[in-house]
Write a protein that binds this ligand. Structure first.
Ligand SMILES: Nc1ncnc2c1ncn2[C@@H]1O[C@H](COP(=O)(O)OP(=O)(O)OP(=O)(O)O)[C@@H](O)[C@H]1O
Length: 239
């Protein structure tokens, strides 16, 4: 089966800053892959490149074998929530989701189901500007799910969630993947992500590791965190 996501020699240079270089990895269907790396490693740049929000200066990033912009029904195939992509603060959570649903061709019933699923039903009529960080994160996930996508692309999805929310997210993503969905997420929370992901990619400008979590941790004999710091420290300062 062809991979759902493929980065192939992907690179992005902003004037003189090399944000990402020579990034190659794939995400297979039904897998949860964690894209890890320190601040400024290029994670957001890679995710933005995948979603067609920026143009790579080298290589390519494709979803379902094509650049995102060439998918005929992108909202029904790919759901995304990127860190720092805000919501209109004056609108309610329900209002926001209804607009997204209309754009994706999804029903109002789906909006109600999603509000319940992410735990926002009680806050659905409150203005998004008043939401806590965790509620905003939940709304972001609901937004990503509106079109019932096959692939979820999530930038730091656990940020702002309380322990209960993190556990809920972990279970939710596992169910999504068990149902045939694919997840590409970025994270800084190594202990948490170790409980969630099947595959791991570690970057710091360039690629330091791509493979299964079991491979990286030697079948669980090492902590993800330990292997992560081994690789990051060995890579030294970014070029
Ligand atoms: N629009 C831009 N113009 C110039 N440089 C940029 C731009 N966006 C990102 N960069 C630079 O590219 C590098 C990678 O940034 P990026 O945001 O992709 O990293 P990240 O891994 O997502 O970081 P974090 O974990 O802090 O979110 C950084 O050095 C950053 O300063």
């Amino acid at each position: 089966m062809p991979p759902v996501v493929r980065f192939s020699g992907f690179g992005k240079v902003y004037r003189e800053v090399v944000a990402v270089r020579e990034l190659s990895f794939t995400v297979g269907q039904g897998r949860i892959l964690g894209l890890l790396g320190p601040n400024g490693a290029g994670k957001s740049t890679a995710l933005r490149g995948l979603l067609g929000l920026l143009r790579p200066t080298a290589g390519s990033a494709t979803v379902f074998g094509r650049p995102y912009g060439e998918l005929s029904t992108p909202a029904r195939r790919v759901g995304a929530h990127l860190d720092g992509v805000g919501f209109e603060p004056g609108i309610s959570g329900r209002g926001h989701l209804r607009i997204c649903a209309a754009a994706a061709g999804a029903s109002r019933q789906r909006v109600e189901r999603l509000l319940a699923e992410v735990g926002l039903r009680a806050a659905a009529n409150r203005r998004v500007g008043r939401y806590s960080a965790g509620m905003t994160q939940r709304l972001g996930l609901a937004t990503a799910l509106v079109g019932d996508p096959e692939l979820l692309v999530l930038d730091e999805p656990a940020n702002g969630l309380d322990p209960d929310g993190i556990r809920w997210l972990r279970r939710f993503l596992r169910e999504f993947a068990d149902g045939g969905g694919t997840v590409l997420l970025s994270s800084h929370q190594l202990a948490e992500v170790a409980q969630t992901i099947d595959d791991v990619v570690i970057i710091k400008g360039g690629l330091l590791f791509a493979g299964s979590l079991a491979e990286l941790t030697d079948g669980g004999r090492h902590e993800l965190e330990q292997r992560y710091f081994d690789l990051i420290d060995r890579a030294g300062e970014p070029a």
